[in-house]
Design a protein around this ligand. Sequence first.
Ligand SMILES: [Zn+2]
Length: 249
Amino acid sequence: MRFHLILTAALAVAGAASAQEHGGHAQTWTYGGTTGPERWSELDPANAACAVGQQESPIDLTGAIAADLGPLRIDWSAMPAAARDTGHAIQMDAPAASEGGGSTMTVGGKTYRMLQFHVHQPAEHLLNGRRFPLEIHFVHAGPDGILGVLGVFAETGEASAPLQAVLDSLGAETHPSLDPNGFLPAGRDFFRYEGSLTTPPCSETVDWVVLNDPITASQAQIDAFERIHPGNTRPIQPLHRRFLLRSGH
Ligand SMILES: [Zn+2]
């Protein structure tokens, strides 16, 4: 009987630890209120970096040091337009390499494979203190498990055809081909810094690349993202002892 009680207690502890590891009993996080960014670290022990991390994202892209960062190569291929709502953002998953995918980004001599892209409204990074109405994050995975995320800002102007394709694909039954290269501005000057996921668990495993030049999106498109997930934007984080670099040309 005593053994049974001890065993039951041990299993209960193991179960609780497992639930925390997998986020099973962790509270759902939000962008405001009692489960907002200031409380993310309290929702799950796995989110500790959200509060105590020294290399967190997003940041204000200001005071950058010009450096020879080598070329930024983007080799993206078309993918089926099939956006979904993750509960925190509108996201489109890239097909796996085995399914005809294999869009890549190469920077700093490392090649990262695209996993997905998603939209923040308004932008998460600031550019010299300026906040754009949208920021698109193209999330890639490197060979060592480090993520390479490319951030692209959008300012108000002409409508974006690929952004419209994303909106139109929400809940649609057919999935026309979408060329993600349509999201790229002509100018390819970029910022680089080492940072984190901007959502829990805020892991500091991201090589950030943010393009200096914005694309445009129409006010109607910006409003559409605002209606679905208004303010899915983590507050600006301190730079601490990090270098912010920008391509020097
Ligand atoms: Zn993001």
